[in-house]
Design a protein around this ligand. Structure first.
Ligand code: UDP
Ligand code: MG
Length: 306
């Protein structure tokens, strides 16, 4: 059994993956403990897989999980994590935004007895003001309304001990909001602050529509508050209608068409919103009920060359 497994999800990273591996292997060579690197090729459409195969031929620590198509980072990470054997597991992005040079510090904390070592971004270099603002709002919001404590500005870059990995593996849900699951499993945690670099090359695959859906996923996976809000809005509207009716009986002055249209559209709108919220949850129940596998592996290239 190896001491450390490094999981690297990669989607169209041909421009960075070689440099990434060079920097990572420099670190691993000097770590003094045994290690393996599990690259997950998440259905890349460029040369990522070919380059990974070359890397694997030269470095016997490297294994590759080649997924059958693009499943998204959350599922790709899960695929990689499921293949790990190390006593500690580190998840790191391939684009060098998370510096591999921080790994020794993480290992130190793990050896001191922490089961989870979180990497907290002190700043978000190379990211737009709007992304920073929306990320900030999202963390604040989800911490308020969910029953788990998702740490702010902490991405997927982290170390987890075998105990934590086994706990994670027992979470089989299809809607994989990893930040939430990571927080949900708990364990003794240490946080290290770091300066997150800009992307080394290539482009982020995230856009605002994806981020919005990601946020919805997080909220609906870890909070039922929106469903309750629907109930309370309903109660408020009924109260409003009741008072309105009473006023109308006592002093019938409000029989204005405009007001009628307002009321009808207002209540209609609220009903649609509430239906939409219900739909968000229902669609997730639907997805979960199918119990499909979380990812499909095309081929697993074991570590140890050929
Ligand atoms: N990634 C992936 N599958 C995807 C999208 C991204 O495995 O569908 C990987 C990507 O190769 C990188 C990491 O997830 O290693 C983070 O992606 P990205 O840099 O695009 O996101 P950001 O850093 O902007 O959050
Ligand atoms: Mg990135």
């Amino acid at each position: 059994m190896v001491d450390l497994s490094v999981v690297v999800p990669a989607y169209n990273e041909e421009k960075v993956i070689e440099e990434f591996h060079r920097r990572l292997s420099d670190v691993l060579n000097n770590l003094g403990i045994s290690s393996e690197v599990i690259y997950v090729n998440d259905g890349s459409k460029d040369k990522t897989l070919d380059i990974l195969k070359e890397i694997r031929n030269k470095d016997s620590r490297v294994a590759i999980v080649d997924l059958s198509r693009n499943f998204g980072k959350e599922h790709a990470m899960t695929a990689g994590i499921d293949k790990t054997e190390g006593a500690a597991v580190i998840v790191i992005d391939a684009d060098l935004q998370d510096q591999p040079e921080l790994i020794p510090e993480m290992i130190c904390k793990w050896q001191e007895g922490y089961d989870v070592v979180l990497m907290k971004r002190a700043s978000r270099k190379g990211e737009s003001f709007l992304k920073k603002l929306t990320a900030d709002m999202f963390y604040k919001f989800i911490r308020k309304i969910s029953y788990i404590n998702i740490p702010e500005n902490v991405g997927d870059f982290r170390l987890m001990s075998r105990k934590v990995i086994e706990a994670l593996k027992s979470c089989g849900e299809e809607t994989r909001f990893m930040k939430g699951l990571f927080a949900w499993v708990g364990f003794k945690t240490w946080t290290i602050e770091y300066e997150r670099d800009g992307r080394f090359a290539g482009n982020t695959t995230w856009n605002y529509w994806k981020l919005w859906n990601f946020a919805l996923e997080g909220i609906t996976s870890f909070s039922t508050l929106p469903l309750k809000i629907a109930t309370y809005i309903g109660i408020l509207v009924v109260l409003f209608a009741f008072c309105f009716g009473i006023t109308e009986i006592v002093m019938p002055t409000l029989s204005d068409d405009g007001l009628l249209i307002f009321c009808v559209t207002f209540i209609g709108g609220i009903q649609l919103i509430v239906l939409g919220i219900l739909g968000e949850y229902l669609s997730r129940v639907f997805l979960e009920s199918k119990k499909r596998p979380l990812y499909i592996i095309d081929k697993f290239y074991k570590s140890g060359g050929e």
